[in-house]
Design a protein around this ligand. Sequence first.
Ligand SMILES: Cc1ncc(COP(=O)(O)O)c(C=O)c1O
Length: 475
Amino acid sequence: MTEQQAEIDLLFEDAARLAVRTLREQQDRSQPVVRWLEPEELTRALELDLPVEGRGLDSVMELARKTLHFSVRTGHPRFLNQLFGGSDPAAILGEWIATLSNTSMYTYEAAPVGTVVEAALIKKLCNYAGFREGEGVFAPGGSISNLMSVLAARQRAFPHVKQHGLRDNERPVMFASAESHYSIPRAGIICGFGQSATVLVPVDEVGRMRADELERLITEQKKAGAIPFYVAATAGTTVSGAFDPIAEIAAVAQRHDLWMHIDGSYGGSALLSKKHRALLTGSELADSLTWNPHKMMCIPISSSATLMREPGHLVEAMGMNADYLFHQNADLQWNLADRTLQCGRRVDALKLWFSWQVHGDRGFEQRIDQLFDQAHRFRQMIRERPGFRLIREQEGPNVCFRFLPKSQREAHGEERARLEHQATIGIRSQLAQDGSFLINYASLDGAATFRMVANNPTTDDSDLSALLDAIEAEG
Ligand SMILES: Cc1ncc(COP(=O)(O)O)c(C=O)c1O
């Protein structure tokens, strides 16, 4: 063995030990969720100067330790900040193996294993969605999957655009709920339609798109000379976790010949649960679905499936048939690049495949049920605590709430709303800085609200009541 090979062996043995310790520490409640430093302090702590003369392999383990030391522990039971969390060891291993194999998903020739694994997973996810003849690919995130759905819809409604662009005075319009994710209007911007081409449809009292309003707005747009072609229903909205009424929206879409997409980036995983899949009733009527295993299924980022009910739309919208990749005998079933926005593409399928082997459908179903139950119990705790107030009475995996310290509880109306807004922003920033909890806030109905996300099955009732205690104490 050469000296260099011996050094590489040692490096990866050390790295494996560091991984073991990190995974254990993620679950240790005595450790902070984050060791918060301001950007200037962190820049100094990491000694970011890039050397002209390399420091050799010896230097890398120290960097790895420092990186993990200052990173947010997103697998910690008290990380309740974003729509992802938990850390699935099998999936992490899948991610490592993908990096070790270092290949790209454009052709079967370059990525034989990744290609067949992806095909099997896409088939499985399509079955859950009710897309019997469906097809799809993994994309670098929910935003890109949503963009791909808009491109497929544009191709169906305006087939001339791929070659020639829009015709004069042709004004496509899209629809999504007022609480949908910003990636939908941004997809319209990227397509050159402009942000105003996405009409935001009003929601009901729990944040679901109103199908009657959708119909009214489509008719209004048609009268004004625009061409409605796409509607996105959201299954699990980003802030409040609301599920739009898919079957009702599908009926409107069918009457007006619109492409219907479901942005199930977040809540698509509810399809895995017999108890909660009714939230997506009618999914089989949609033309496309975005589903992110990197959210409720605890797969490391990124894992985002772009699913189509019928085959062919992705290639029609995105295919470029690059000769240097596909040569003469391109078999589009096994050479996937033409279904994507990318050329080179990471092998994202492995981590989900590994995880599915370990947990099976049953294990994932239990995980989703656990997360819904966790949010349900947390809502109950809030109802019972003086000073806390639920903002949305719904059953999704997010809990939006506000808090007022005892001394301010006499306030009413606008004054109360102002105080709650201030308390939310101040308290959550304090919690983040002392590292005890990471919980986000967002604006709902014009004021800040705490948003607790049930994203990690190891978060238990003691964590949730400790969070309320901490908010009270900071307040
Ligand atoms: C409803 C919804 N759609 C799309 C996205 C975008 O997903 P990604 O962050 O994977 O791009 C998010 C992200 O939170 C989301 O909540």
